[in-house]
Every structure is written in C-alpha cells, then in structure tokens.
Design a protein around this ligand. Structure first.
Ligand code: CAA
Length: 241
C-alpha cells in the first residue's frame, strides 16, 4: 500500500506544489490548510486530494488533525512535510509583540506540535520521513525579518536535533531552505524592494514552487535513507551556506 504523506499549508504556493509532486510520486497525500477556503476548494477540485482544516499553531488541533486523518484514511502518517508558514515583516524597532509571536507560533512552534503528533508512531514502526521547510532568510538573515529569520533558523536547529534522536529508528529528518520563490508570499513586498532582491539571485530569477518540491521528493524517497539532519538550499545561488 502507498505510504501516507501529510503536507501542512498545502493548498497554495510551495505546499501545493509539494502535495502534487508527492501524489505524482505515488504517495497517498493529505493536505492541511488554515483559512483560505476559496484556494482550498480550487485545489481540492484540481488535485483530488483530501483536505483537512486546522491551525498548526494550535497544539491540540494538530494532535486532533493527525488523528482524524489516520482514522479517515485508515493508515498512519509516514511522511510529514511541515510547510505552513507566514511572514510579518517589519524592522525590529517597529515590530509589535504580536508580529513576533505570530511568526514564532506558526513557523516554529508548529514543528513541535506536528512532529510531536507523528514521531512516536514513526519510531515504533521503524520508518518515517520528516521534511521541514526553512528559508534562505533563516540562513543569511534578512532586513525586516528578525522574527522570520529567527524562526527559520530555529527550524534548522530543530531538524538537526530531531534527526539525531531519530536516526536509529529509521526516521530521517531534513530541512529544505527555499530562496525567493514565485508565490503569494512575495505579493506584499514593494516592487522596488523585490527587484533589488532578484538582482541578488545569481540564477537571475525567482524560484518555482516545483523546484522546491523536487528537493522534498528526493528527501522522502525510500532511497534517501542515509540523508538526515541535512538542509538542502534551493535558492538560485543567492546564499551559499
Ligand atoms: N538593506 C539595507 N537597507 C535597507 C534595506 C535592505 N535590504 N531595505 C530597506 N532599507 C533601508 C531603506 O532604504 C530605508 O533607508 P532610509 O531611511 O535611509 O531611506 C530604511 O531602510 C527603511 O526602509 P523602509 O522605508 O522600506 O522601511 P519600512 O519600515 O517601510 O519597511 C520592510 C521595511 C517592511 C522590512 C521592507 O523593507 C520590506 O518589505 N523588505 C523586504 C523584506 C523581505 O525580503 N521579506 C521577504 C518576504 S518573502 C519570504 O520571506 C519568503 C522566503 O522565505 C524567502
């Protein structure tokens, strides 16, 4: 039977590309989303994948969501992709406590919630794949993103620590650090600022969601069992870690 994958924030942008790619690879895929019902409806119609709505910053909702998926689909989540995330950009001296907390809760606390919901099962079965989506800005820092850069750097540390804990149990835990990718997340950036960012990308363009999904597909493959604790940069050469 095909293994079951769960992709958070999977109805738009990078998450949607990951969900589609894993389905094309032959996995069974469940998709989590938080609030954009219109996007979710369109995605469900096009992809035919099972959608589940909850907020990954809510610990109990994550436990309940995973339980509901496993009950409905009749098999355990063996592949988890923590993709859901937000930005709340502002220079630190203008950043509110709420902007700080929202990003930490959605982009970092969610890993504790979601990995906590699946890790015991994966350890018990002796097989699992976890991929956490970080960011180039967690590696290099970014003007206006003390919150996001901190959370996404935290994602990398979390990934390394959980990889060590899981290595003997057949569970790999890796991160993908996308560069600037052509999704809704860039919509809020001033056009001039974005042009300046594009000019710093050696490949000369934004990334495509499918290019991020390709790295995730590699990491969750059965044959990637010896890759764990790694961070794969997919950033067009913008930052060479
Ligand atoms: N480096 C150095 N100086 C900069 C700068 C930069 N990157 N960006 C702006 N500045 C300077 C400005 O020139 C300005 O200087 P002066 O006061 O001398 O004119 C000063 O800093 C203040 O700039 P703003 O007036 O633009 O400040 P603001 O408070 O209105 O906006 C901001 C600040 C919201 C952070 C805005 O600069 C911005 O949107 N930056 C882009 C942040 C970004 O890249 N976000 C990524 C989102 S996508 C993502 O995160 C996905 C991913 O994983 C890659």
């Amino acid at each position: 039977m095909a293994r079951l994958a769960l992709v958070t924030g999977g109805t738009r942008g990078i998450g949607a590309a990951i969900a589609r790619r894993l389905a094309a690879d032959g996995l069974r895929v469940a998709v989590n989303y938080r609030g954009n019902e219109a996007a979710a409806r369109d995605f469900a119609r096009d992809s035919g994948l099972a959608l589940y709505r909850w907020d990954v910053s809510d610990h109990q909702a994550c436990l309940d969501g995973v339980r509901a998926i496993e009950r409905d689909l009749g098999q355990p989540v063996e592949v988890l992709v923590n993709n859901a995330g937000i930005t709340r950009d502002a220079m630190l001296h203008k950043m509110s406590l709420e902007q700080w907390r929202e990003v930490m809760q959605d982009d970092l606390d969610a890993l504790f919630h979601m990995c906590g919901a699946v890790i015991e099962g994966m350890r018990g079965r002796g097989w699992g794949r976890i991929v956490n989506i970080s960011s180039v800005n967690g590696q290099k820092g970014q003007f206006g993103q003390t919150n996001y850069s901190a959370a996404k750097a935290g994602v990398i540390g979390f990934t390394k620590a959980l990889a060590l804990e899981s290595a003997r149990k057949g569970v790999t835990v890796n991160a993908v650090a996308p560069g600037y990718t052509d999704t809704d997340m860039l919509a809020g950036i001033d056009a001039q600022v974005l042009d300046g960012i594009k000019a710093q990308i050696p490949v000369g363009r934004l990334g495509r969601p499918e290019e991020i999904a390709h790295a995730v597909s590699f990491l969750v493959d059965e044959r990637a069992a010896f890759v764990t604790g790694a961070t794969i940069a997919v950033n067009g050469g913008q930052y060479l870690a």
